[in-house]
Design a protein around this ligand. Sequence first.
Ligand SMILES: [Zn+2]
Length: 454
Amino acid sequence: MSFIKDLKKLLIKQPEKYPHNRNLMNDISPLIEYPYMSMMKSEISSTSAVRAHNLSLTLNLIRDRGSITRAEIINLTRLSAPTVSSLVNILISSGFVREGGIGMSSGGRKPVVLEFNYEARMIMGVDMGATHITIIIMNLKGEVKKRFSCHMDVLSKPAESLQVIHDAIIKIMDEAGLVESDLLGIGFTLPAPLEDEKTGSFVTHYMPAWKDVRCIGAIRDVYKDVPVYFENDANAAAIAEQWWGCGLGYENLVYIKLGTGVGSGLIINGVVYRGFSGTAGEIGHTTIEADGRSCRCGNRGCLESYIGIQGILSDGRRALANDPNWAGRLDELDVKGVVKAAREGNRECEKIITTAGWYLGIGLANIINLVNPGLLILGGDLADAGQMLLDPARQSLMERTVGFNTRTDNLVIGELGSNAVAIGAATLVITNAFNETSIYNSLRDMEQNAVING
Ligand SMILES: [Zn+2]
């Protein structure tokens, strides 16, 4: 994708982030304020902290823009010319940045354009869901290069699941022709709230077989030195849509994952909101019928008991019990099968989807009234139902949101489909590896050489 196309996407699709830039295509440079620039105003106490900050700032600026001249970096960061020159030399040595063509001159010699090398390292995302494992390798531009996916009873088979992940990592790296040093890091998502993002320990309330199991072992058995980052699946999908999909530019959005469980990822003021102990976003267990269906959490009337996969499938099996197409194989029925039957005219299956949409709207109205997000994004298998799900959900949420919050144009189906969680997992690597401490530590040797030589 060209720089101009990237830029147009940035300006047109980032209304919340850059509201003042929507029609200023020709004069954006001085106006864009990058989030990490605000850190420049904070107290920075040591020389190495200053260097780390400046290195991260410069790298992220070049990565965000795709291509930029040294003069533009100086203008945007207010760093001195010798400092920018030194930092750029380090980044060129690292392979993350390279010199490209000749830029426009504002008088005098035409400047060399610096380009971010989106292929400098690859990143891996491991999406370990309740009933599937998906692994992707993508470049630093969010483009998926390789994908592995299989069905797996993850909930009850921890050892087998981790073995599948271990073997798949080796296989997918081999197919991509990559070795350990080509990887910037691995992101790993879990179908449960995290207790600790650093160790990947998670709440095993719904996954008792996983008590005391450490996921990181599956990766450490393959690679000892690759950084690994953990996240909850719905949070990762929210991050993915915010970085690369329909949430681009939204600082406040909610991703609702309609899978085996019903969870949500909340991005509030640009960052994932975790709550007090990491369990924020458990929208599936909010009550929508005071004395309704029993739920796997032990309560009654939870949203998940109406729109979670188990509920949809038990209704679907009843609806298709006399359908000759499903005779003898109703055990194989999945949500896609119910959606397909509904699309092909089965009125009962259509009713299952529209009823789920109606209940979903109640849950969405609760989210809207509570956090006032700029965008609500639906993902997971049930989201494949598209308009059949969206229409009743919009109707239902319209009836339940208070007037000043009632908008239905901000409820959409996610752009990244079934790859959203894995892409979000991989994106964790970018958000972590390019922060001040990580990038400084990984490029410290080059930095020291530059200081000695400079
Ligand atoms: Zn529940």
